[in-house]
Ligand binder design. Structure first.
Ligand code: DGL
Length: 281
């Protein structure tokens, strides 16, 4: 259904199922501080990782439409699961029908683009949610760009719940982090680079670094997604003009705003103002 969306400049929208996208927003604001940003976390319905294709698509579509109504001309799906399961349909079907001039970008492509420059052995591991691994989005994107790279993906279904529930520093988290790292290294001992293919996972970096072999580098996406956005805005001056520059960031969650504010501290190390919103079709 076509809506009357306001034209004119607006903030850049950043969407994630929960807190994970804050790691991406953090990197984007470090590189591109001059713009305005609106962050939307669907914490009430997170995690998305084990949900079906259709549900992730519907939830993501609702969030993108809400960000459009808030005036965003450009939205980043700062969530691998949404990028894997919803981005293509939104770009191919929804945008032409409801908002042909607006753009929605994901986080998988920018990560796939850089990976060939980071691996030396040509063996790359991907740790991500069940949904992202099952979609095979990483292996397909990487194959297209770097046909000689061998990829191995392992799903870490408990990592997001651990983080969303504020247990990332707990001793219990060590068990699950070590288990998945052992699994991926047993599947391919030639892996020299591991992509954290979920925007939540950088929060577990201290533990990941504890268990990863010294010869393996870990790639968190924030920096690469930020550089890719910078590049996109240079290549698309008309869209760049439609992104307002007031150096602000506003935060919205579908969960309780006090809870979001407290947990967001772990991701952003700063105090923020948060508003609650409901998402609907
Ligand atoms: N942060 C998300 C991702 O990058 C999603 C996690 C989830 O909701 O399961 O995949």
């Amino acid at each position: 259904m076509k809506e009357n969306l306001a034209h004119g400049p607006g903030p850049i929208g950043i969407f994630d199922s929960g807190y994970g996208g804050l790691t991406i927003l953090h990197s984007i604001r470090a590189l591109l501080p001059e713009y305005d940003y609106v962050y939307l976390g669907d914490n009430a319905r997170a995690p998305y990782g084990s949900r079906s294709f259709d549900v992730v698509y519907q939830f993501t579509r609702q969030a993108v439409m809400r960000l459009f109504r808030m005036g965003c001309q450009l939205v980043i799906l700062a969530c691998n699961t949404a990028s894997a399961k919803a981005l293509r349909t939104i770009q191919m079907n929804d945008l032409p029908a409801v908002a042909p001039a607006r753009r929605v970008l994901g986080v998988i492509r920018p990560t796939a683009e850089i990976i060939g420059h980071l691996t030396r052995s040509g063996h790359v591991g991907i740790l991500a949610t069940e949904g992202t691994i099952r979609s095979q989005s990483y292996s397909m994107e990487i194959k297209k760009l770097w046909p000689n790279i061998t990829t191995t993906g392992v799903a870490c279904p408990l990592w997001v719940p651990i983080i969303e529930n504020n247990e990332a520093d707990s001793p219990g988290a060590d068990y699950f982090v070590q288990k998945r790292i052992n699994t991926i290294m047993q599947l391919d001992s030639a892996i020299d680079t591991i992509i954290l293919g979920c925007t939540h996972y950088p929060i577990l970096l201290p533990k990941i670094n504890r268990y990863i072999p010294a010869s393996v580098s870990v790639v968190a996406q924030g920096e690469y997604v930020a550089r890719s956005l910078q590049n996109y805005l240079v290549r698309h001056p008309a869209m760049n003009e439609l992104c307002t520059r007031g150096r602000t960031a506003r935060y919205f969650t579908t969960e309780n705003k006090t809870k979001f504010k407290e947990s967001a501290r772990i991701f952003l190390a700063e105090d923020i103002d948060v508003a609650h919103i409901e998402l609907e079709l």
